[in-house]
Ligand binder design. Structure first.
Ligand SMILES: Cc1cc2nc3c(=O)[nH]c(=O)nc-3n(C[C@H](O)[C@H](O)[C@H](O)COP(=O)(O)OP(=O)(O)OC[C@H]3O[C@@H](n4cnc5c(N)ncnc54)[C@H](O)[C@@H]3O)c2cc1C
Length: 375
C-alpha cells in the first residue's frame, strides 16, 4: 500500500521525513504556514552537533539518504570563558560541531533541504497552515513553548573564523553566551534557560563581554531571537499521527541543540510509515533518543543548580580533557547514577516534561484540548 504522506511543517524534521518518504516512491505533501522555509531564522549560525553519537553527523545523514548539500564548516576548537572571564581553549581531534546557517537564503540548511525535497518530488505548499491531519500524517511544526530562548545579532565582520562560548549567570542565566564567526559573517547571542524578561540586559552584557574579550566588531547588525522547547513525551504517536522534531519535544534539554534530533526523528518516522507500521515509530524514537534525552535532562538539572562555581568546573573539565568531543560525549551517557537522579530532575520540570496530551479520547492533533499530560 503506497499511501500518500502529509506533513505539517517544512523545518529540518518535516523535510527529512519528506525526503525519506519521497525517495521511496511515496507521494508527499508538506504544508508550510510561511511563504518559505527557515522563516523563523535570520541567517544566524547554528551548530550541527557531533557529540550525541560516535557517528559523524554528516556521514550519518548521507547514510540515511539526506545529503548535507548546504554550507558546513567543521569546528574542532572552541575558546571558552569561565564566569570570571578566564580563557580556556578546548580542542578535539574530530569536529565538535559543523557550523550551518539557518534561514531561506542559498547555502542555508533549510534551503539545502528544501532543494533536496523538491528534487525528490515532494510537493511543498507554502502559506498553508495545516489545521488537521489524516491518519498516517506527520506533525513537524516546531516548538510550542519556550523552555529556552536565544537573543542576539547577526552581523558582518572582518574578524577571523572562530567559536567562543562564555558560561556565566551574568551573561546567560543557566545557559551560555556564544559568538560564532565564519567567512565574514557572525552570530552573537545569549542563550538562557531562565529570567527571560531580562533578555535585553543579558544581550547587552554578552555583546560588551565579547567586545572586550574576543575583539567583537559588528557591522550591519540585525537583531534576532527565538525559542525552543524540550520534553520527554509519554508518546510521540497519537491517533496514528506521528510527532517529530521539536514538535514532539525532541531536543537536547542541556544545551538546546535540536537539529540532529529533528533530522533523525523525521527519518525514523518516515521509515515506519514506509513499512506501513506507524506504531513502530514509538519504539524507534525511544531506542534512538530516550537515554540521550534523559541524560540531558539530568545534565540540565545539575547544571542549573551548580551556579558559577559549577560552570567553572565544567569548563575546566573540557579544557583539561585529552579530547573535548569525547569529554562532552561522555556527559551524555545515561549511566546508572543518572537514572537515580532522573526522578528528581523530572519532578523539577513537572508535567511540562511529559509533552503532548495522551488523554484517552483526545483526538486533537495539536493538543489544544487543555488536558494535562501525566507522568
Ligand atoms: C536562536 C536559536 C538557536 C538555535 N541553535 C541551535 C544549534 O546551534 N544547534 C541545534 O542543534 N539546534 C539549535 N536550535 C534548535 C533548532 O533550531 C531546532 O531544534 C530545529 O529547528 C527544530 O526543527 P523542527 O523541524 O522540529 O522545527 P522548526 O525548525 O521550528 O520547523 C517547524 C516548521 O513548521 C512550520 N509550522 C508550524 N506550525 C505549522 C502549521 N500549523 N502548519 C504548517 N506549518 C507549520 C513552521 O513555520 C516551521 O517552518 C536553535 C534554536 C533557536 C531558536
Amino acid at each position: 500500500m503506497n499511501l500518500p504522506v502529509t506533513i505539517a511543517g517544512a523545518g529540518p524534521a518535516g523535510l527529512a521525513a519528506a525526503i525519506t518518504a519521497a525517495k521511496h516512491g511515496r507521494h508527499v505533501t508538506v504544508h508550510e504556514r510561511h511563504s518559505d522555509v527557515g522563516y523563523r531564522f535570520h541567517g544566524d549560525y547554528q551548530g550541527l552537533e557531533n557529540w550525541t553519537s560516535t557517528e559523524d553527523i554528516l556521514e550519518q545523514m548521507s547514510a540515511i539518504g539526506i545529503e548535507p548539500e548546504f554550507e558546513v564548516a567543521p569546528f574542532k576548537e572552541i575558546v571558552c570563558y569561565d564566569p570570571l572571564g578566564h580563557e580556556y581553549v578546548c580542542r578535539s581531534s574530530q569536529p565538535m560541531f559543523y557550523l550551518v546557517r539557518r534561514g531561506n537564503t542559498p547555502g542555508t540548511l533549510d534551503s539545502g533541504l528544501k532543494e533536496q525535497a523538491l528534487a525528490a518530488g515532494v510537493e511543498i505548499i507554502f502559506n498553508s497552515s495545516c489545521r488537521e491531519l489524516l491518519d498516517g500524517g506527520i506533525v513537524a511544526q516546531g516548538p510550542h513553548r519556550a523552555d529556552v530562548i536565544a537573543v542576539g545579532y547577526v552581523f558582518r565582520t572582518d574578524m577571523a573564523d572562530a567559536a567562543f562560548v562564555a558560561l556565566s549567570d551574568q551573561l546567560a542565566p543557566q545557559g551560555y553566551a556564544y559568538l560564532l564567526v565564519h567567512k565574514g559573517l557572525g552570530t552573537v547571542a545569549s542563550c538562557m534557560f531562565t529570567d527571560f524578561h531580562n533578555e535585553k540586559t543579558y544581550l547587552e552584557r554578552t555583546v560588551g563581554f565579547f567586545q572586550h574579550k574576543s575583539g567583537l566588531v559588528m557591522q550591519k547588525e540585525h537583531r534576532f531571537g527565538g525559542s525552543g522547547n524540550f520534553s520527554i513525551p509519554l508518546s510521540a504517536h497519537k491517533n496514528n499521527i506521528l510527532h517529530i522534531g521539536e514538535s514532539a519535544g525532541f531536543q537536547d534539554a542541556f544545551a538546546g541543540f535540536g537539529l540532529r534530533y529533528a533530522i533523525l526523528s523525521g527519518y525514523i518516522a518516515a521509515e515506519s510509515l514506509l513499512d506501513n507500521m506507524p506504531e513502530r515509530y514509538e519504539s524507534a524514537w525511544r531506542k534512538h533518543f530516550l537515554g540521550l534525552m534523559k541524560s540531558s535532562v539530568v545534565n540540565r538539572y545539575l547544571y542549573g543548580m551548580s551556579g558559577n562555581t559549577g560552570y567553572t568546573r565544567f569548563i575546566k573539565g573540557i579544557a583539561n580533557s585529552r579530547d573535548a568531543l569525547v569529554w562532552i560525549r561522555n556527559r551524555y551517557e545515561y549511566e546508572n547514577w543518572k537514572s537515580l537522579i532522573y526522578p528528581f530532575a523530572r519532578r523539577k520540570f513537572g508535567k511540562r516534561l511529559s509533552g503532548m496530551c495522551v488523554e484517552p479520547g483526545c483526538d486533537c492533533t495539536w493538543c489544544r484540548c487543555h488536558h494535562e499530560a501525566h507522568g
